[in-house]
Design a protein around this ligand. Structure first.
Ligand code: SF4
Length: 357
C-alpha cells in the first residue's frame, strides 16, 4: 500500500496562492483553492482531484462538466465534507461564506449541510428510504433543521412537495418512494434539499437517471427554485449540452484537473482546447442544425493512478504534438476570465486524425 504523505490542510502551501481567482468577487459565496483529494488504495494513489480552484458567486450557477472519473463528484463531496474513505483532502481551502470548511468539526459541517448547503444526487431511489413514506421523509428533514413540531412539520412538508410540483401533495404525502416515478422521486429529493432555503445547492448529475422530457422538467424546476430562493448552484454533469441554459460559468474537468474554465458563452461558443471541443461534438445542441452524427471522444479517460505524462489528454487528442506528451500544460488565462490548459489553446494546429466521413 502506498505511503500516505499528507500536506497540511490550509497550511503554507494552501494559503500561498491568494491571488484572486477568475470570477472571484466580494460576492463570492464559495471559493475553492488548490484542492487536492487522494484515495490511497492497494493499487496506488488515486489522484481524484489534483489542484482544483474555482469560485461561485451568490445566486449564480457554476457547471462542472466532465466524463465519469474526471473527479467532478469527488470535488463536490469535498465541499460537503463527505469524501468517502479511503479518500482524504490533502491540501487546499474550501471557503464557504467566509469559513474554511476543512477546519470545521463534523457537527458544524452537518449543520451547514442541512441549513446552508442543499444536495441533490443522481439516484433518488437510493437516497430515499424505501420503508418510510415520502411525506414522512420530508417532514423529518424539516423537523431536524427547522425544529418544528410534528404537525407543523407535516404542513411545511406538504407545502414543499407542492412547491416542487408534486400534484395532490396532501393526498400523496403517505405514498412510498416506489409509488413515485423517477422524476417525482427527484422532486422529493429537491424538496428536502431546499427545505431550509440554502444559499448553495449542489446538484450532482440530477437528471442522469431520468428520461429526456423529465430531465428538462427537473432542470426547469431547479432554475425556477434558484430564482425564487436566490440560491447559488453547482451543477455537476457529464453533458455539456445540459448546461447551456442554466450555467453562468463552466469548469471543464479532465483527469482530476480543471482544463478549461470560463463563462458559459466562452465555453460554448469559443472553446479553446480539444477536450472541450470533443465534449461539444458529442452532445446535441439545440441552437445548431446538425447534419452529421454525434461524435464521442475516442478512447477512455486515463487511470487516475497512472496518469499519462505531459498533457493527460494527449493519448486521445487529435491535435497532440511532441510537446504534449513531454510537458503538462498549465491552466492559463487566454482571454479575460477564460482559462485553458493546452499548449495550443486558441491556436490549434491541423488535426492529425481527421473526422471519419
Ligand atoms: Fe491536445 Fe496537446 Fe492541447 Fe493536450 S496540450 S489538449 S494533447 S493539443
Amino acid at each position: 500500500m502506498a505511503e500516505i504523505v499528507e500536506a497540511p490542510v490550509g497550511g503554507e502551501e494552501a494559503t500561498s496562492a491568494q491571488t484572486r481567482l477568475p470570477f472571484e468577487s466580494a460576492d463570492s459565496l464559495l471559493v475553492v483553492r488548490d484542492l487536492v483529494v487522494h484515495f490511497h488504495t492497494d493499487f496506488g494513489v488515486v489522484k481524484a482531484v489534483d489542484g482544483v480552484s474555482y469560485s461561485v458567486n451568490a445566486g449564480e450557477t457554476l457547471a462542472i462538466v466532465g466524463e465519469s472519473g474526471s473527479g467532478k463528484s469527488v470535488n463536490a463531496s469535498a465541499v460537503l465534507g463527505l469524501v468517502p474513505p479511503p479518500g482524504k483532502v490533502h491540501r487546499g481551502e474550501i471557503i464557504f461564506q467566509g469559513q474554511d470548511m476543512l477546519k470545521l468539526d463534523d457537527q458544524r459541517l452537518r449543520e451547514i449541510r442541512g441549513n446552508r448547503i442543499g444536495m441533490v444526487f443522481q439516484d433518488p431511489l437510493t437516497s430515499l428510504n424505501p420503508v418510510f413514506s415520502v411525506g414522512a421523509q420530508v417532514s423529518e428533514a424539516v423537523q431536524i433543521h427547522e425544529g418544528l413540531a410534528r404537525k407543523d412539520a407535516r404542513e411545511r412538508a406538504t407545502e414543499l412537495l407542492s412547491i416542487v410540483g408534486i400534484p395532490r401533495s396532501r393526498e400523496r404525502f403517505d405514498d412510498y418512494p416506489h409509488q413515485f416515478s423517477g422524476g417525482m422521486r427527484q422532486r422529493v429529493m429537491i424538496a428536502m434539499a431546499i427545505a431550509m432555503k440554502p444559499a448553495l445547492l449542489i446538484a450532482d448529475e440530477p437528471t442522469t437517471a431520468l428520461d429526456v422530457t423529465v430531465q428538462a422538467q427537473i432542470l426547469d424546476l431547479l432554475g425556477s427554485l434558484q430564482q425564487e430562493f436566490g440560491m447559488a448552484m453547482i451543477l455537476i454533469t457529464h453533458d455539456l449540452g445540459m448546461v447551456a441554459d442554466q450555467a453562468d460559468t463552466v469548469a471543464v474537468m479532465y483527469a482530476g484537473s480543471i482544463v478549461e474554465y470560463g463563462t458559459v458563452d466562452d465555453i460554448y461558443y469559443r472553446p479553446l482546447m480539444p477536450y472541450t471541443l470533443g465534449l461539444m461534438a458529442s452532445v446535441a445542441r439545440m441552437d445548431q442544425a446538425r447534419s452529421g452524427r454525434l461524435r464521442p471522444i475516442r478512447g477512455q479517460p486515463p487511470s487516475l493512478i497512472f496518469r499519462p505524462p505531459g498533457c493527460p489528454f494527449h493519448p486521445r487528442c487529435d491535435y497532440a504534438r511532441e510537446v504534449c506528451w513531454q510537458e503538462q500544460p498549465e491552466l492559463l488565462e487566454y482571454d479575460q476570465q477564460h482559462l485553458a490548459a493546452c499548449h495550443f489553446a486558441g491556436n490549434l494546429p491541423e488535426p492529425i486524425r481527421k473526422d471519419e466521413p
